[in-house]
Design a protein around this ligand. Structure first.
Ligand code: GZL
Length: 330
């Protein structure tokens, strides 16, 4: 075989191997993957995972908005592991993307990799969840909800609903992912709202990791250990929906024997609320894609952006859920 032909085959093999190694770096969808050679802005996005209906809707919003905005999206699903997010961010730095955005699965442990992005001259946008870094120059802005407020609204509704209750009101709490901003902040907001009412007692509180199956499992434990549960406060709809199964299996009527308060307002949660199985939901909108893409264009162009952009959202009672359901986008 001629040397030229051998060289051609070797070069082809090397290209295939290189492409394979890039794809093997994680659960990444590298979009066009041409590094923006066509003049498009290239955004590297590290997503928490696919743990809940909220997260699925958030991913759809981001992917659709990138297409709409003409932005090349390199998307990585970290499967709820911080080490995967750090790996993905380092990958994006190596690929010299224009902007990095991510939803940090937990609040702590980001300074080193965010400093690497800063040293590489790549702006970072926090999306959905925040980090506890003291150095605010490590990211350009934080786009997302006020989770303390969501927890407070949930607590305030319960205070209003129980102000004529005679005896103790026993509450169990399904927390979100341990160490995550939404779990920490929702817990803080709810506790602060009920603090002035000593009859409102949190008798058990444990993480269900924002997942339906874990919510069911932990609720089963709560029911075994606490015969008189009056209220469930779940940090998201998915854990509340899992808990519904455990409550029903225990022969109790959700929404009546046990009042259920959740956060998110995804379609399945709103349906449970409309059906009377949930009693109140504080909304947490996942539809961050369009705002994120506008911010990406601004920071890429070197424009100033606000340090904090808070998502607008509301709350729902059973009646309001029945009215809102037909028009819900997620
Ligand atoms: C909140 C988001 C949370 C949702 C959960 O902005 O980070 O993570 O409340 C999701 O449903 O898993």
């Amino acid at each position: 075989m001629s040397t030229r032909r051998t060289r051609t085959i070797v070069a082809a093999l090397a290209t295939v191997l290189l492409a394979g190694s890039m794809a093997a770096c994680g659960n990444s969808d590298t979009g066009g993957g041409d590094g923006g050679g066509d003049g498009k802005i290239v955004l590297g996005f590290s997503q928490v995972g696919a743990e809940s209906g909220w997260r699925t809707a958030n991913t759809t919003s981001i992917k659709d908005a990138a297409v709409e905005a003409g932005i090349e999206l390199k998307f990585d699903d970290a499967q709820q592991k911080q080490e995967n997010q750090i790996k993905a961010i380092r990958n994006f730095i190596q690929q010299k993307v224009d902007v990095i955005a991510f939803s940090p699965v937990v609040e702590s442990g980001w300074d080193t990799v965010l400093k690497e992005a800063k040293d590489a001259g790549i702006p970072v946008i926090l999306t959905d969840r925040a980090v506890d870094s003291a150095d605010k120059t490590l990211y350009k802005t934080f786009l997302g909800s006020d989770f303390v407020k969501e927890g407070r609204l949930a607590g305030e509704w319960l205070v209003e609903q129980t102000k004529t209750a005679a005896g103790p009101v026993n509450i169990v709490e399904l927390q979100g992912t341990t160490g995550s901003a939404p779990a920490n902040d929702r817990k803080e907001g709810f506790a602060a709202a009920i603090a002035a009412n000593p009859n409102l007692k949190i008798v058990a509180s444990q993480s269900g990791d924002f997942k339906r199956a874990d919510g069911k499992q932990v609720m089963e434990q709560f029911l075994k250990a606490n015969p008189d549960i009056d209220v469930l406060f779940a940090h998201n709809d998915d854990m509340g929906l899992g808990a519904l199964e455990a409550i029903t299996a225990a022969g109790k009527v959700p929404g009546k024997d046990i009042t259920i308060i959740t956060i998110d307002a995804v379609k399945d949660g709103m349906q449970a609320l409309a059906d009377g199985k949930f009693n109140f939901i504080a909304e947490c909108s996942p539809l961050l894609g369009p705002q994120l893409m506008e911010l990406v264009k601004k920071v890429e162009a070197g424009e100033e952006v606000p340090a904090r952009i808070e998502t607008e959202e509301t709350t729902f009672t059973q009646e309001q859920a029945r009215e809102a359901l037909p028009n819900r986008k997620y």
